[in-house]
Design a protein around this ligand. Structure first.
Ligand SMILES: [Zn+2]
Ligand SMILES: [Zn+2]
Length: 381
């Protein structure tokens, strides 16, 4: 493996950053490099992978602690030509806590919240992914096939880690317990301590001929996909939980969950504020003065609207029920349309003449704001 960048640097955070800050930084970076937004861009893909890898470590309390203490080698035994033999193609999905507690046993600091029994069932960890949908899909709801990477049991060895046709041996030193008990004579009497078994590195078993598919880990990281239903009214950055679709558990433990972050692409015309939709509608100077029918785009197709005579810039009208459907309800928000009045440019001499004529015939009655303004000036000076 080549030189790896510091995980904190990758996410743009530091060691003192809170879990929330790390999560935020991750989401921002993942969004920036997401393959959906850069199809075919190898560099973005590599960045995306790097960001995910960094987050996988920094979001996991145990892994983060090991990383802080030992750097990349603490979370990836293949790093720098280390132990090897356990790495998945990505090197960081396998639970190394047992190996580490034996390698660094006696250091302290690895006080395992996990059971020390290597054969105890463990729930798989959760996986995060982001899916990008259009503005309309968010408003109307949609079905999406989400692709992501997760660890599952190796099918070649059925999770045993042993080469096809062979079996992992129960460790003779610890009889499969993964731990050995030591009696130490101290001035206070005999103290019994236990530590991870050296022979099997705490695994309780020894694989003589590792499975070629998973290098003996019993687990492999694979591309997976699942179809999810995204409900109408979902917003940018909301998360959908897909239960049991995360990394698979070990020793019969349940799988973790898949968290799908929703990214909503911006719309060229509409802007969403809660469940209301806002848009601007440019009309001509004469339309504004004379009023009349205009066509307004909505999520549900074009609608006609009658603007009144003397419509002013920034006037807002409301189209009831043309907004986004509320999440988990059938009612909808509204659409607000803001008037933009375009003053004509590049006039012909004929047009200029007409406007001059209009101006000549105008009085204060036509321009009430100007009239009030003039009044105010008079009072001032
Ligand atoms: Zn295998
Ligand atoms: Zn052992």
């Amino acid at each position: 493996m080549a030189e790896k960048r510091d995980y904190y640097e990758v996410l743009g955070v530091d060691k003192s950053s809170s879990d929330d800050e790390i999560k935020k930084a991750y989401r921002k970076a993942a969004k920036k490099y997401h393959p959906d937004l850069h199809p075919g861009d190898k560099e973005a893909e590599a960045n995306f992978k790097e960001v995910n890898e960094a987050y996988e470590v920094l979001s996991d309390k145990d892994k983060k602690q090991r990383y802080d203490q030992f750097g990349h080698a603490g979370v990836d035994p293949n790093y720098g030509g280390g132990a090897g033999g356990y790495g998945s193609p990505f090197g960081q999905d396998i639970d190394f806590s047992d190996i580490f507690s034996s390698v660094f046993g006696g250091f302290g600091g690895f006080s395992g919240r996990r059971s020390s029994n290597p054969n105890a069932p463990r729930r798989g960890t959760d996986v995060e992914t982001t899916v990008y949908i259009s503005f309309e899909e968010a408003a109307m709801g949609c079905k999406k096939t989400v692709e992501y990477q997760a660890v599952s049991q190796c099918s070649e060895c059925n999770g045993t880690g042993a080469h096809k046709g062979t079996q992992a041996k129960t460790c003779p030193t610890c009889s499969g317990r993964g731990q050995v008990t030591i009696n130490q004579r101290t001035p206070f009497g005999v103290v019994q301590t236990s530590r991870a078994c050296d022979t099997c590195k705490g695994q309780g078993k020894i694989i003589e001929k590792p499975c070629r598919e998973c290098n003996g880990a019993g687990r492999v990281r694979r591309k997976k996909s699942v179809e999810i239903t995204i409900p109408a009214g979902i917003s940018d950055e909301q998360v959908l939980n897909v239960s049991g679709r995360g990394n698979s558990g070990t020793n019969g433990g349940p799988a973790g969950d898949l968290h799908v972050y929703i990214g909503v692409r911006p719309h060229p015309v509409f802007e969403r504020r809660g469940d209301d939709i806002w848009c601007e509608l440019p009309i001509t100077f004469s339309q504004a003065a004379l009023g009349g029918e205009v066509t307004v785009p909505t999520l549900y197709g074009k609608v006609s609207y009658n603007i009144h005579e003397g419509t002013q810039p920034n006037d807002i009208f409301k189209l009831k029920g043309k907004g986004v459907q509320h999440l988990n309800s059938k009612s909808k928000g509204d659409q607000y349309v803001k008037i933009v009045i375009e003053v004509p440019k590049n006039l012909s001499s004929k047009q200029r003449e007409l406007i001059r004529e209009l101006d000549k015939s105008s009085t204060d009655k036509n321009y009430s704001k100007r009239k009030t303004f003039k009044q105010k000036l008079k009072d001032l000076f």
